[in-house]
Design a protein around this ligand. Sequence first.
Ligand SMILES: [Zn+2]
Ligand SMILES: [Zn+2]
Length: 170
Amino acid sequence: MRNPLLVNALEMLRRPGTAKEVEISILPSVLDIDDQRLVPGTEITVEVQCESLSDGIVVNGHIEAEFHGECRRCLQPVGSVLHIEVHELYQLVVTDPDAFAIHNDQIDLAPMVRETVLIELPDAPLCRIDCAGLCPTCGVDFNVENCGCAAPIIDSRWAALDALRDQLPE
Ligand SMILES: [Zn+2]
Ligand SMILES: [Zn+2]
């Protein structure tokens, strides 16, 4: 299957300042991505502008992917659209350590998109930044209700500290 993220760079490099838009939605499998953090059946959207320099091509734009998972504190399902800004450089002769190479007068956006999505997919998402999590003793979701467990635990810790303090010399 033809890689839909291959962009012909020959003409662009002949005329520095030439721009080309790439707007495409593709299934992760086309990019060799098999990751359960991505919502099955949804496509990754790539919207970038490629602009030529005399010796390379600058790629600016964004990538979107739908992810899902479990809140790392309360274990409730979470999901959202990942929106990733990209600013990349492709070079004929790679001198920038972060740049991608131009091969056969083409730039291949696929490895860049794959790498970017895999780096940005959250490993341990939160349902919200201040999620209160679960009670470690009874499992009650603190976002929804309170339980009586937490207080005695804290009390006993303070009691232990007090006992230690009593042993310290004045
Ligand atoms: Zn949560
Ligand atoms: Zn509890």
